[in-house]
Design a protein around this ligand. Structure first.
Ligand code: HEM
Length: 564
């Protein structure tokens, strides 16, 4: 259909809408003459048509300053911009093609032809994420969506509030704090290994396992123990009457769901607010999460009131995130977090912390199943370190009652540095996060009109940053960019990559606060799950990567497992 035909059709649709409006509301009230009615209809239709065409079509497609930036033409569906291909293709796929064709800054269109830019040039990414980071905020609709699930915490805070929260929360994620959390991180890993090993031993043939669900439960247990000092036991109690309400809620909230309503909500945001069955379920889960996390926060506050002040440095190290947050005070203002603040941060850590890591581990096991030699080499590397752990030690029955530092020695649990310095384990984790970054794309909105490179980006423009584009660029990584090759991390080329090109945790002032936590957790769980289990692919199983906040495997990751 040509542009003239499309416009004529649109005008006739607008005219019929205006006619209905005039006949229903204006003519009966005012009793006006037929000829006046005709003029009213014509003027109304023409004004509406002109407004719609000028704003959503002429301005956005030609006159908006971002049109000076090269980019792809819009799809043939009027007002859909480039959304059809974005929705149709795997996350980041169109962005990769555009970057290759148009360069490190690309102009494209969202729903209703809204003006968007994609930035991958590392110097420009740095400007957005570091130099002028507070001038590029999260779009309010994205924050509202995240707030519904993740609470009103660090992830959605902006400006000075973000700056202050970040400063107060940083010590909770310091290396010394993380060192003390390692023994607790092994607890869900040991339990999951035990569960899979006993399932694998049930048959002489490889056993089929849905690994992503169990990984989600195990990572939730890690964050439960290390963030909130609570032993959810999600893994052991899943689908039983004693099931933890927090794990039930998260499992459901993060289940893959790409309903038509969600796709249409890109174009008609009000649809996203409809009280659909799914929306009501999410609301109820959120209510449960609020109740349960509030109980845990109150317990955490009490726990800290009753702790004496003569703690040894060793014990100080072994605190959980909540303990550290309760004690945190903003030096400049003297502000300390209220129970509500603590609850919101905990909700954020629970959701942001477990989902991303479990998704990363699911993809990692899949990549290792596809690359048996790397899997075998990794097993050889981690076995001597992790096989020494005494899994019968009391920390694996009562993690919260054990003295963590003493338990680490008694149970031979490797310490932070030992785990962190295993070279292949490190390379495998980094390579997984390069090839399949759990957060492949994130967006900001320009809060001020300001230059970016040689262009002017007006306030209100959506700015997309896509780690997956640079992670998959042959110019940066070489021709084998799409191969899973952990050894590339020993080579100069990978070592020289800019932090604005390799950014599974993003970069700049809003870089993932949990990045070191996530890396040591991922390494610990992976080592425990690989040391005496062997993973192979299930025949005919081809998971696709679905962006559901994170890049989840769909259907759930399923692998064949045997004892190794
Ligand atoms: C493999 C695991 C993880 C990945 C790939 C990941 C990735 C990311 C990314 C890309 C962001 C930036 C999002 C944006 O601003 O658009 C982020 C932010 C954040 N992450 Fe993570 N994350 C992981 C694990 C964790 C863990 C374990 C925690 C907490 C225990 C956590 C807590 C947070 C928080 C609170 C933010 C907001 C930071 C801020 O805005 O200042 N993440 N994460």
């Amino acid at each position: 259909m040509s542009i003239v035909e499309k416009s004529t059709q649109l005008l006739s649709n607008v005219e019929s809408l205006v006619r209905t409006y005039v006949d229903t509301y204006i003519v009966p009230k005012l009793g006006i003459h037929a000829s006046v009615r005709q003029v009213l209809i014509a003027t109304g239709a023409l004004t509406t048509f002109t407004y719609v065409i000028s704003k959503y079509f002429i301005y956005r497609l030609w006159l908006h300053p971002t049109n000076k930036i090269p980019g792809p033409p819009v799809d043939w569906i009027p007002f859909a911009g480039n959304m059809p291909e974005i929705i149709r293709e795997e996350s980041g796929a169109p962005h990769k093609i555009w970057t290759k064709k148009y360069g490190g800054i690309v102009s494209y269109k969202g729903a209703w032809n809204s003006n968007r830019i994609l930035v991958t040039d590392p110097n420009l990414v740095k400007q957005v994420l570091t130099t002028h980071s507070y001038d590029y905020i999260k779009p309010p609709a994205t924050s509202e969506f995240l707030r519904r699930i993740l609470g009103n915490g660090l992830l959605v805070a902006e400006g000075d509030i973000h700056r202050m929260q970040r400063k107060m929360l940083n010590p909770a994620f310091s290396l010394s704090a993380l060192r003390g959390m390692v023994p607790l991180m092994t607890v869900p890993g040991v339990r999951l290994r035990r569960k899979w090993l006993s399932q694998a031993k049930e048959s002489t043939e490889p056993v089929e396992l849905i690994v992503s669900k169990d990984l989600s439960l195990a990572t939730l247990d890690v964050i439960g123990i290390t963030a909130m000092g609570s032993n959810f036991e999600s893994l052991d109690k899943y689908n039983t009457p004693d099931e933890n309400k927090i794990s039930r809620a998260y499992l459901d909230v993060f289940s893959v769901d790409a309903s038509l309503v969600r796709v249409l909500a890109f174009f008609f945001p009000l649809l996203g607010k409809l009280p659909t069955k799914r929306a009501l379920e999410v609301k109820e889960h959120r209510r449960q999460l609020d109740l349960e996390t509030r109980k845990l926060v109150d317990q955490g506050i009490l726990r800290n009131k009753s702790v004496s002040n003569d703690l040894t440095l060793e014990q100080e190290r072994a605190k959980d995130l909540l303990d550290l947050m309760v004690k945190s005070v903003d030096e400049a203002s003297g502000y300390s977090m209220t129970p509500e603040d603590l609850q919101n941060q905990c909700l954020t850590f629970l959701a942001a912390g477990h989902e991303t890591t479990s998704v990363a581990l699911s993809w990692c096991l899949w990549l290792l199943a596809k690359n048996p030699e790397i899997q075998d080499a990794l097993r050889e590397e981690v076995r001597p370190v992790f096989q020494k752990i005494n899994t019968e030690h009391s920390i694996y029955q009562n993690p919260l009652d054990s003295h963590r530092v003493r338990s680490q020695q008694e149970a031979n649990i490797p310490d932070y540095n030992t785990i962190d310095n295993l070279p292949l384990l490190n390379n495998v984790c980094k390579e997984t996060l390069r090839l399949i970054p759990p957060v492949p794309l994130t967006v900001r909105i320009a809060d001020k009109t300001r230059p970016l490179g040689q262009y002017v980006i007006p306030k209100g423009t959506i700015v997309a940053i896509s780690p997956v584009v640079s992670h998959h660029s042959p110019e940066i990584w070489g021709d084998d960019v799409m191969d899973f090759r952990p050894s590339r991390w020993n080579e100069d080329r990978a070592k020289a990559v800019s932090p604005y090109e390799y950014m599974p945790f993003l970069a700049g002032v809003r870089q993932c606060i949990g990045n070191k936590f996530a890396m040591i957790e991922m390494k610990t769980l992976l080592a425990l799950l690989i040391m005496d289990l062997k993973y192979t692919e299930k025949e005919g199983f081809h998971p696709i990567k679905k962006q559901q906040v994170t890049l989840r495997p769909s259907p759930n990751m399923t692998l064949m497992v045997t004892p190794a």
